[in-house]
Design a protein around this ligand. Structure first.
Ligand code: PRP
Ligand code: URA
Length: 208
């Protein structure tokens, strides 16, 4: 697995604002979207292109455009939804799949409640998005589902990761590419990331 940790100062700055207790719902949504867009710019640097012939006001020329089946963005519900528009700002024609997973509050194990992916998933570049990679259980389950349905080329993008989640995901799915906004210190006894940002779903959707 290749693991890329973001170094851009704009991403670092926005993640710091995102973590703060006083950052309210609308600002959290805006920041997550912006971070996803900045990370997407890096994560999609290897999208395939093909040359086409065009005419400029000056002359005919051969120039590159994106090539191949449209990208599939797959948010893990709920919190992953907050990252989708950031990627769509870069690739408006991307297809969107959804995977519904919820951590059991006692066992911290993920439970699937929904899965719908774009057709021909095996031929698409897939970007799974979720702001938080904590134990890694949700990410591993999401990638399992996508592979069971034929997905092959998979990238996973998260805003904040714990080392425990990175280790688990790396071991379970060594073939995927992982993009991390910031690698935090550890998990606490409730499997929350420290220092983290708290419950990403609640902060994005204002449910607490
Ligand atoms: C959060 C987060 C991830 C998961 C990460 O979702 O958005 O999906 O926890 O934890 P893990 O790495 O230990 O699996 P949550 O289960 O709280 O659901 P929600 O997005 O609906 O709030
Ligand atoms: N899920 C979250 O939303 N936050 C954490 O810190 C861990 C899992």
């Amino acid at each position: 697995m290749s693991v890329s940790i973001m170094t851009h100062p704009l991403i670092k700055h926005k993640i710091t604002l995102l973590r703060k207790c006083g950052t309210g719902t609308s600002e959290v949504r805006k920041l997550i979207e912006e971070i996803a867009m900045l990370m997407g710019y890096e994560a999609l640097a290897d999208l395939p292109t093909a040359d086409i012939r065009i005419t400029t006001p000056i002359e005919e020329t051969i120039q590159p455009v994106l090539n191949g089946k449209k990208l599939a963005v797959v948010p893990i519900l709920r919190a992953g939804l907050g990252m989708v528009n950031g990627i769509l700002a870069l690739v408006p024609s991307a297809k969107i799949g959804h995977i519904g997973l919820e951590r059991d509050p006692e066992t911290h194990e993920p439970r699937e409640y929904y899965c719908k992916l774009p057709d021909n998933i095996g031929e698409r570049q897939i970007v799974v998005v979720d702001p938080m990679l904590a134990t890694g259980g949700s990410a591993i389950a999401a990638v399992d589902f996508i592979k069971q349905r034929g997905g092959k080329k998979i990238k996973f993008m998260c805003v904040i990761a714990a080392p425990e989640g990175v280790d688990a995901l790396t071991k379970a799915h060594p073939d995927i590419q992982l993009y991390i906004g910031c690698l935090d210190r550890c998990l606490n006894e409730n499997a929350y990331i420290c220092p983290g940002l708290g419950d990403a779903g609640d902060r994005i959707f204002g449910t607490k």
